[in-house]
Write a protein that binds this ligand. Sequence first.
Ligand SMILES: [Zn+2]
Length: 320
Amino acid sequence: MSKVYIIMYHYVRRIRGSRYPGIKGLETEDFVKQLDFLKENDFSFIRAEDLIASYYEGYKLPERAVLLTFDDAYSDHFDTVFPILKERGIQGSFFVPGEILDQRNVLPVNKIHFLLAAEADHHMLKHKLLDILDYFRGQNTDLPADELLLAEFEKPGKYDDKETVFIKKMLQYALPEALRDIILARLFEEFVGVKEEALWDELYLKDYQMRLMKQSGMFIGAHGYHHYHLGEAPVEEMRKDIEKGLNILRDCLDRNSWVMNYPYGSFNEQVEETIRSLGAKLAVTTAVGINDTERNDAFHISRLNTNDFPPKSLRFREYR
Ligand SMILES: [Zn+2]
């Protein structure tokens, strides 16, 4: 067999009744149900090393092969996921953005999640964002008019309504980075209202936890340093970000055979070329689908979302 379902997870935690009930993630009990479902339906859990071997050494994957991948190195992955996987003898692949081990900052991607979770009224939040933009427009005439921004970025997404998509896109990449950071800091302070370092502390995996997971047979993969759109970055900056991320993970990955996970699924030919030259063997994307190691490029590996499997849905059946 050459086909493998690769499932993508982010937050896996107790969400209902927690401090951030609006966070988009998987409840712990649903994670357990999902593993039970996979087991009962004869899926075979594989290791990242098996996937590398299937690409490079002709290793035949088992029927209904499944690989579990966890993005962004949340403390959930150590506290919740790791003990459950360890008990069941399943390997998870954990992709760590270097910066979270190196600095006491909350990554912009997570600030955005917590902002959207803390304030449920995204219509109001959108107007707040536009108001702040207006203020900066007085000082910086480079910003396009609201109408143009809305026309380009306010579109419903697969999981989000159009206003949520607009806020995410504006704060992820549509604004110049320096301005984005200022605006995001302001919104974060007003609506989330916790100290950034306190959230950093509770949100992310720590270095010793990552090492322990690695020693216990889990797989650690690269996810850049600052977690941004590598496919949009100047080449030198992109290369530095990837190298910096690798250096921080050096004790936990094999520099001659490592796996990349493109932040936001963003890459281009130069990103591919760069990671290949740095020893990457595979790269996972956010493209949706089942992966076929005979047909899909090793640097364009597609995945399915945890929501595509029970107990959330049976959408995985649409992919063969
Ligand atoms: Zn990520």
